[in-house]
Ligand binder design. Structure first.
Ligand code: HEC
Ligand code: HEC
Length: 600
């Protein structure tokens, strides 16, 4: 055998071996930049951004960024069909764009598209997501309805918990003690100037990323599909708009946006304090580190393919955790009928109606300048009344009920739209006619024209307690068990209320409404305390009779109209306490407590 024969044989063997080996290797990973789906996602995102910009500009033409006008200006926009679709399109697009950005990021992790040389595109999408979240955060306050205001108040609270920079940013955004017109101006400026300007910087490179793959037509197809989806949703489902935002009235329905639900639940599961703060800092930080570091991680792993599996597992774990955490509050809410599942009862709706109706003042007088806001609220409340009945009415009465509720809603709408004071007066009369028609049929004895409530026609004195607030509060848990401790609690709550009225010199951090609700709860507990005191000085009938008197006196206290009235009613309550204290059968062991002790 000659040398060249051996050589060629060896070479042939080598070639065979090589081909065997390469056929076992997986195909080389695609260049990160050539992925059609990612490019199409980017096209769809760009289309949504364009839609958001267009609808945003159109809405800005009619939107009034002031605490007392925002809801009304949007309600005004919603009166026309085009306005309603416009606002709904902005709303749905803003949700879809976040969903799509999240999905794009997830897809890029799944396919390993964070790898160099595609890493810039990966970071761009992450920054896009951040800007979209900021736009969502600032946009949420703009309607300034109950959900917007209470939600923002909660979010700013969390933001303020972030150490060092948190309070600075939160205070800057809040622009005062609580979010109002000044805060609205800042949120509005960020939402329509600052964030769009930053997005504009991203636009060109994102545009190039999108065009890297696929022909023109598929891109038009992807963009057209999401736009069609948003428009379809906008025609069918309007954007929500609630009652005028006010922190004075609690709002148990405040819930975060869907994409913040997992974080919200995580915070709820954490004990308050250090753990929550840690979560608030570590969560976003971890996210940022992962996003920044992923493209570098492949350098450490000699073969980029090896990183793919851990990244996919990580993505799966995060996804499942988010879904579970997001579903938890929904499940809780749906069983408690809270949040998005809130259900209203007639009494609660009526109390809310009562306070707004009172604020409109007597007929034939000038309406207050914010009458349109009350009208808007009354319209919503009447609409909610449809289909919500007191338990015991038959089918016929239900039909009538709905008809009156609709009458009320349309009268409230007429009041909202009224162009002059004659039209206002007519609408107010119609509105109150709807109230009285329904009340008469249901034998409800409530005066809906405040004028009739006072003889001389003087303006109605505002209540000392806010009835709407009272109705929505629940008593705080009473930890004390023994008679003595519960009695003390009663005394403290009375003192809280007296302090609010300025009758005693004291400070309290419990609202007067909360103190009253607690006092009511305590007085009911006193009624049930007889067992503990049985056999000492009291017989049961007397104990129950005294307790009833006391509970009735607490209820009368709730009707106090002003400070003087309150002082009188409080003294009356004090007398019912003393009646029991004096009434023991064993006169040589009197109970020392006297109402006048409170006043010192
Ligand atoms: C469709 C029927 C209906 C309409 C319309 C209606 N109400 Fe009522 N209202 C009721 C019923 C029923 C009650 C008794 C509810 C209860 O206490 O359970 C009630 C009770 C009230 C109460 C007393 C609530 C309480 O528990 O102390 C007020 C205040 C009130 N309504 C105000 C108004 C005002 C103001 C309007 C009009 C702007 C109005 N209502 C329209 C049916 C109606
Ligand atoms: C149904 C009867 C009854 C009524 C009504 C009642 N109390 Fe008493 N109260 C008692 C009894 C019994 C004691 C003695 C408890 C003990 O020493 O264990 C007491 C004791 C007290 C004490 C003294 C507690 C102590 O530290 O020794 C205070 C304060 C007091 N009551 C406040 C009130 C107030 C305020 C009200 C009205 C809101 C009220 N009570 C209504 C039966 C009543």
């Amino acid at each position: 055998m000659s040398g060249s024969d051996i050589e060629s044989e060896l070479q042939a063997e080598l070639a065979a071996e090589m081909s065997r080996r390469t056929s076992k290797l997986p195909p080389p990973p695609p260049e990160p930049s050539d992925d059609l789906v990612a490019s199409l996602c980017l096209s769809a995102l760009l289309a949504l951004l364009a839609l958001l910009a267009g609808t945003g500009v159109a809405m800005a033409l009619g939107y009034a960024p002031a605490a007392d006008d925002a809801v009304a200006s949007l309600a005004w926009l919603e009166l026309s069909f085009a306005g309603r679709v416009l606002r709904a399109a902005h709303f749905h697009a803003s949700n879809l764009v976040v969903l799509l950005a999240l999905a794009t990021l997830g897809y890029m992790v799944w396919r390993g598209l964070y790898r160099r040389p595609g890493h810039w595109r990966w970071w761009r999408v992450a920054v896009l997501l951040l800007l979209l979240l900021a736009a969502g955060f600032t946009g949420q306050l703009l309607p300034f309805d109950q959900n917007a205001l209470h939600g923002t108040q909660i979010r700013l609270g969390y933001l303020g918990d972030v150490p060092v920079v948190g309070p600075l940013i939160a205070d800057f955004l809040r622009a005062g003690d609580e979010p109002g017109t000044a805060a609205l101006a800042r949120f509005y400026a960020l939402h329509v100037l600052v964030i769009p300007a930053l997005l504009l910087l991203l636009l060109r490179p994102l545009w190039r990323d999108a065009r890297a793959n696929g022909g023109q037509y598929v891109h038009f197809g992807a963009a057209g599909a999401v736009l069609a989806l948003v428009l379809l949703a906008a025609f069918v489902v309007p954007a929500p708009l609630g009652m005028q935002g006010t922190l004075a009235e609690p709002y148990a329905d405040a819930r975060p946006e869907w994409y913040a639900l997992p974080l919200y639940e995580l915070l709820k599961l954490m004990p308050a304090g250090a753990a929550q703060t840690l979560m608030l800092v570590l969560g976003p930080l971890l996210f940022a580190v992962v996003v920044v570091a992923l493209p570098f991680a492949e350098r450490v792993a000699a073969e980029p393919e090896r990183l793919k599996l851990p990244a996919r597992i990580g993505l799966g774990v995060v996804l499942v955790a988010m879904l579970l955490l997001g579903a938890l509050p929904l499940l809780q809410d749906s069983s408690d009928k809270r949040g998005w599942f809130a259900s209203y009862d007639v009494e609660g709706l009526m109390l809310a109606m009562g306070s707004r109706n009172d604020a409109l003042g007597p007929e034939d007088a000038t309406l207050p300048p914010n009458a349109h806001l009350h009208a808007h609220d009354l319209r919503l409340l009447h609409e909610r009344l449809i289909g919500v009945y007191p338990d015991d009415i038959d089918a016929d009465a239900r039909t009538k009920w709905d008809a009156w509720a609709r009458d009320g809603a349309s009268a409230a709408l007429a009041l909202f739209k009224a162009a002059d004071s004659d039209a206002q007066q007519q609408a107010l009369k119609d509105l109150r006619q709807a109230c009285t028609s329904c009340h008469e049929a249901h034998e409800v004895d409530v005066i809906v024209n405040p004028l009739a409530q006072t003889q001389g026609g003087a303006a109605l004195t505002p209540m000392f307690f806010d009835t709407a607030l009272l109705a929505s509060l629940e008593p705080r848990e009473l930890r004390a068990r023994g008679t003595k401790r519960i009695m003390d609690q009663a005394r403290f709550r009375m003192r809280d209320i007296l302090a609010h009225a300025g009758i005693v010199d004291d400070v309290t951090d419990r609202s007067k409404e909360q103190a009253l609700v607690d006092l009511r709860h305590i007085s009911e507990r006193i009624a049930s305390l007889w067992e503990d005191n049985a056999g000492s000085w009291f017989d049961e009938d007397k104990w129950q009779a005294w307790s009833r008197e006391m509970i009735a006196a607490v209820d009368r206290l709730a009707l106090a109209t002003d400070r003087e009235d309150l002082a009188e009613r409080m003294a009356e309550l004090g007398r019912t306490c003393e009646a029991c204290h004096d009434g023991g059968d064993e006169p040589d062991m009197p109970i020392e407590w006297r109402y006048r002790n409170l006043l010192q």
